[in-house]
Design a protein around this ligand. Sequence first.
Ligand SMILES: C[S@@+](CC[C@H](N)C(=O)[O-])C[C@H]1O[C@@H](n2cnc3c(N)ncnc32)[C@H](O)[C@@H]1O
Length: 261
Amino acid sequence: MSVKTNRFKIARSFGSASTSYDISARLQRYCGKHLMPWLPNRNDLTALDLGAGTGFFTELLASRYQYVIGLDISKKMLNFSKENRNQSIHWLEADAYKIPLQDNSIDLVYSNLMIQWCDPLDLVLNEVMRVLKPGGLFVFSTLIDGTLFELKSAWAQVDNDQHVIDFKKESDIRPLFDGTDRKLLNAKQQDIVLEYENVLHLAHELKSLGANHVPKKQAKGLAGKDKWQKMTKSYQDFIEPSGIYPATYKAFSGLVVKLNN
Ligand SMILES: C[S@@+](CC[C@H](N)C(=O)[O-])C[C@H]1O[C@@H](n2cnc3c(N)ncnc32)[C@H](O)[C@@H]1O
């Protein structure tokens, strides 16, 4: 699948989730809030929320900073945000690979759980550095390898298809945040284990978040009943004594400065 087709499908899958997203966004809220201590205290700043989604954190940025832009590739997400968020926010329908903003124009780029969808990631990071002013900050969170390992392992008992997206290893992405024009000032890895009533609950949450697009999946549509039953049985290996189904998300977050060259 071409990179462009893939991005179109990501936008579509998030777009169809725009109205259900906020109810299911436990992980996003948790990760996004953990980035707050890294935000600069000055308020005369221009901030960009890259992959703003339903605009929950864009609105938080707007309560702190003078000029705030929310950018997303999904028109439906943006329509939701325009209707529901602070009217002072400027919304941009655009691709993170081609940010329609001038060089050295932004003080802060905030991006919560978006860049795991970007492959190749280095090109997006170059765009972020291009729009940041020297001394400007990039505050981000993403998901890394090991995320949803329970679901991946349960499906591996059933077939060889891909059912969970490939999350990159921390050791592969970490070097991308350091370079001649950038420095990783702070980084954190956290395992977040969310609890589900059953596997269907997990699948519904992934769908309502729009995070169910798996580019390399061979078979299209839903898995047959037999396969699904086999997978849910395998997932039971992970059940906690309380009967709760856990799902692990490995979050990697960081604070990057654009160097004055
Ligand atoms: C998991 S959501 C996170 C939304 C928001 N940051 C939050 O914390 O709730 C990821 C968002 O990134 C957007 N996205 C994915 N790929 C993108 C790209 N290449 N350019 C811009 N936005 C993108 C999706 O449309 C979606 O709204």
